[in-house]
Ligand binder design. Structure first.
Ligand code: ADP
Ligand code: ZN
Length: 725
């Protein structure tokens, strides 16, 4: 028997299959979809088995498969197909696609590592024999107690038996020890107070048809009870003996949602997200592979979960940018969800309080079915939004806190209610400049200013992570004249404590959540009212449900609004409405204070009125005029290289090649400098393709990719439907 194996070997040109002989000891064990190790040249590389063959009709000598990576892990037929779809639509190699679909703990090359943890149990081999033994040796009290204990319980843990008793009973063939795989994450289902769906929720629930593929867009305002609807849909799915995938965005949300799912489904749930340890991830994956769980809750890559008999796929906060992978393969989880929905003929539900323009437009065109929840659950009201003009405040020297925000914070503290502050910049100061000579600390690799982090006294590049210690004196002129500019979350924390000396503040950003479990701890502590105020970056904006929060403050709404990108209005609308949605989720009325230098901007106005539809219509108008999605599709192409001049030349050639080969209706723009021109010492030029229909596109891009595969100076990054350009 032979196997057709696609091997990993860096270069794109090697996206090829090779035939290997299956050695006798692996006969019947090697299966399609398995990861195997094979000899390749003088090396040992891994690959995936694509086909099993009876005969080998090639005339070259075939080598043998060395070993199977892990017999438990097989990409089933559906996943093999998804891999092909991924490779076709993102132009990655098939092997990269398959690699992406398996958790990283299984990607470790050439290294045996048993991630399994075991419990050892002791059982009785033969009951009669054990009883005879007890009668024969009545004086062996210790042993008899242990035997009785095992007989009563069926099995007991090895560690609960003393070593000499264990040894004696084993020697007499009374007991045996069994290893049972143990999982790191193990949650019992708690007593759940089942909520009865409101009639609005019930109505949505009933509209989802489980008998066929269809994509639904559940547009429900913050606090309208979407999560509860998801839970009921999944419950129904389980009753039909089917399984479910529930995707949540990368940041923050996972813990809270995961807890709600554990409450509802206990050990039927597996969790897959980036802050699990490799071992935990492996365990969760094994549970899914073995069909021991029925619900998978996770971030982007959980869309590849190898669940059998899928019944529904739900994507919460479908507009979150974390669903798009920003390195190769640049896939969007929503596309994979729809692929799997069609493959399994099941419903896909996309939920959001601020749907992406693409999804809303598709719903309007009836490609998706729109479901709406327009009211908050119970007595909760949507919050009142105040917009503060910071230009007026600056005249009063209020450069961080407006009078209104200060007063509201004081008022809520008095009432023992909680507050959330959003500032979308971490660190202490965004740059440091010498007032004597004008020197500014910059990243040597990326040419941008370094952000000062006071806690660690480090200056850090937020693009590439480069860091150095801050000096006391200016490194250029030697004067003690270094000044801090710009505001980050660290400084905000210091300032709020100066204003309200007794306030209990907790900060949540990348820096405070670096250690495992910190995220969860901050959220739980805040929920248990160990703090009055939670401040942080966009981590605080989405999905969190704290009933005592009655005030949300946005320190500077302009940070995202001013980013030069076609999506910055949409992102700002979404961020501000989401964070506003954290206020007033129970019976206390919520208030939101948005500080901005653009109080008349339509995005801010629509947030103030909580009017998504108005925002949508306005924004669609701009997109149409400027030929952006959802009216046109985009492809972003980056040409990247160390030598600026050479790279620019290549970029021009790419532009020329595309203009000449693509459809006449297709627009090719550029080359221009990318939003981040220099990154890790490489220059990045960008070309944008805008098109409605272009049959030639994929072919032309594949050819271009091949041409560049051998280029030593520059390389290409091709991004279909980029979320930022
Ligand atoms: P969303 O996901 O739309 O932001 P949630 O599902 O988090 O909204 O619901 C908001 C709040 O309302 C939560 O505290 C939730 O427990 C509560 N809730 C949701 N549905 C119901 C219901 N049917 N009965 C009672 N409370 C509910
Ligand atoms: Zn850098």
């Amino acid at each position: 028997m032979y196997a057709n194996v696609i091997v990993e070997y860096g270069v794109k040109a090697l996206n090829k299959m090779f035939i290997y002989k299956i050695p006798n000891e692996l006969l019947g064990k090697v299966k399609v979809g398995m990861k195997v190790y094979v000899p390749f040249g003088y090396q040992e590389v891994f690959g995936f088995v694509l086909e099993i063959l009876d005969n080998n009709d090639t005339d070259y000598e075939t080598k043998e498969i060395i070993r199977i990576d892990n017999e438990d892990l097989i990409l089933n037929k559906e996943l093999m197909n998804i891999g092909k779809y991924l490779a076709d639509t993102t132009l990655c190699t098939l092997i990269t696609a398959y690699q992406t679909m398996l958790p990283s703990s299984l990607k470790i090359k050439k290294q045996e590592h048993d991630y399994n943890l075991y419990d050892e149990y002791v059982t009785i081999i033969n009951k009669e024999q054990a009883i005879n033994y007890m009668e024969k040796y009545k004086n062996r009290k210790g042993q008899i107690a242990v035997i009785k204990n095992i007989l009563n319980n069926g099995k007991i843990l090895r560690k609960d038996i003393s070593n000499n008793i264990l040894k004696a009973l084993k020697e007499n063939n009374i007991i045996e020890i069994k290893k049972v795989k143990k999982y790191r994450i193990n949650k019992e289902q708690k007593e759940l107070i089942r909520k009865k769906l409101t009639s609005d929720q019930e109505n949505i629930f009933n509209q989802v048809d489980f008998s066929q593929y269809k994509t639904y867009l559940l547009y429900g305002i913050t606090g309208s009870g979407k999560t509860e609807v998801y839970i009921k849909l999944i419950e129904k799915c389980l009753k039909m003996n089917k399984t479910a995938i529930m995707l949540v965005p990368e940041i923050g949300l996972t813990t809270q949602i995961a807890n709600r799912f554990y409450e509802a489904f206990g050990n039927d749930v597996a969790i897959l997200h980036s802050s699990l340890s490799q071992g935990e991830r492996y365990d969760e994956y094994v549970k899914i592979m073995h069909g021991e769980v029925k619900v998978v809750v996770g971030t982007r890559s959980a869309i590849f979960a190898p669940l059998k008999n899928l019944g529904i796929i739900i994507i919460d906060e479908e507009d979150s940018s974390s669903y798009k992978q920003d390195n190769n393969p640049r896939y969007h989880a929503r596309d994979i969800a729809i692929y799997r929905g069609k493959y399994n003929n099941i419903p896909v539900v996309l939920g959001s309080a601020t749907p992406s323009l693409e999804s809303k437009a598709r719903a309007d065109k009836k490609v998706y079915e729109l479901l709406r929840l327009d009211k908050r659950v119970g007595n909760a009201k949507i919050p009142i939004v105040h917009v503060v003009d910071m230009e007026e405040e600056m005249k009063k020297r209020n450069n961080i806190f407006s009078d209104l925000l200060k007063n509201k914070i004081a008022e809520k503290l008095n009432k023992k209610e909680q507050i959330i502050l959003l500032l979308n910049r971490r660190g202490f100061a965004t740059f440091i400049t010498c007032s004597n000579c004008g020197y500014t600390y910059k990243c040597p690799n990326c040419d941008i200013t370094l952000t000062y982090h006071k806690t660690t006294n480090n200056l850090i590049c937020h693009y590439c992570g480069f860091q150095i210690k801050k000096d006391l004196l200016c490194p250029k002129c030697g004067e003690e004249a270094l000044n801090y500019y710009g505001l980050g979350t660290e400084k905000l924390e210091e300032k709020i404590k100066e204003l309200f000396p007794n306030i209990r503040v907790v900060r949540m950003d990348q820096d405070t959540t670096r250690n495992k479990g910190m995220h969860e701890k901050i959220i739980n502590d805040f929920k248990e009212y160990k703090y009055d105020l939670l401040l942080g970056t966009q981590m605080v904006s989405k999905g969190l449900d704290f009933p005592k929060v009655s005030l949300v403050g946005v320190i500077n709404a302009d940070t995202t609004l001013n980013i030069p990108d076609y999506r910055s209005s949409e992102n700002t609308y979404s961020l501000l409405s989401q964070v506003a949605g954290r206020a007033g989720r129970s019976n206390i009325l919520g208030e939101v204070v948005i500080q901005t230098f653009n109080p008349d901007n339509y995005v801010i106005n629509c947030v103030k009125e909580n009017n998504y539809d108005k925002f949508y219509i306005r924004e669609m108008g701009f997109r149409k005029k400027l030929k952006y999605p959802p009216y046109y599709y985009l492809v972003g192409i980056k040409v990247i290289g160390k030598d600026y001049e050479k790279n620019l030349e290549y970029a021009k050639k790419v532009q020329y090649y595309l203009s000449n080969n693509l459809d006449k209706e297709t627009i090719v723009l550029g080359p221009t400098t990318a939003a981040i021109l220099k990154f890790k010492n490489e220059y990045r030029m960008q070309i944008i393709i805008k098109y409605k229909y272009d049959n030639k596109l994929l072919g032309v891009l594949k050819d271009l990719d091949k041409i560049f595969a051998n280029n030593k100076d520059s390389y290409l990054e091709i991004d279909f439907n980029p979320l930022r350009i």
